[in-house]
Design a protein around this ligand. Sequence first.
Ligand SMILES: Cc1cc2nc3c(=O)[nH]c(=O)nc-3n(C[C@H](O)[C@H](O)[C@H](O)COP(=O)(O)O)c2cc1C
Length: 167
Amino acid sequence: MKRAIIYYSFEGNTKEAAIRIGKLIGADLIEVKPVKDIPESGPSKILTGGGKALFGLAAKIYPVEEDLSKYDEFILGTPVWAGRCAPYLITLIKKNEDLRNKITGVFTLSGSGNNKSCLRQLKKRLPNLKNDISLVDRVERDAESYDRSITIFSSLYTALGGKADPD
Ligand SMILES: Cc1cc2nc3c(=O)[nH]c(=O)nc-3n(C[C@H](O)[C@H](O)[C@H](O)COP(=O)(O)O)c2cc1C
């Protein structure tokens, strides 16, 4: 079973979780890169990112370089933006039905801990989703529950087969 984690991360929290989960379940990491990212700071960061997430505007991405057809299963990782999934990942899954059908797990990262509407949005689009976790970013999180969530999420994949890499 060959697996990959496909993720987008603006400030590093989703990337950190992707690395942790990838090591536990032995999955490759594939980062989705936007053609134009949002401003790094200030009110326009939230306004632009929130607008893109809510209305799906200007969310172009660079083509993913990896050959996705070699994977049996994918896990998607996204920050919550304005209660939604990162718009760049929506661009990716909209275009690719095979990928959509092979996504079996998602992990979402938020500042508030309210990841519900983002998860609802993803559940509507991903017919074979069977595993999800809601995580809080590194500034806000309780380390113990963060670690526990990642372990429980990952254990489904290690139980189903796959090579774990504890280092
Ligand atoms: C444009 C933007 C919108 C955001 N909207 C929300 C939100 O609606 N709810 C929330 O809890 N956190 C929100 N956040 C916080 C992020 O979800 C959170 O910090 C997450 O861990 C970021 O992941 P990253 O470091 O991988 O980019 C927002 C952050 C940005 C940049």
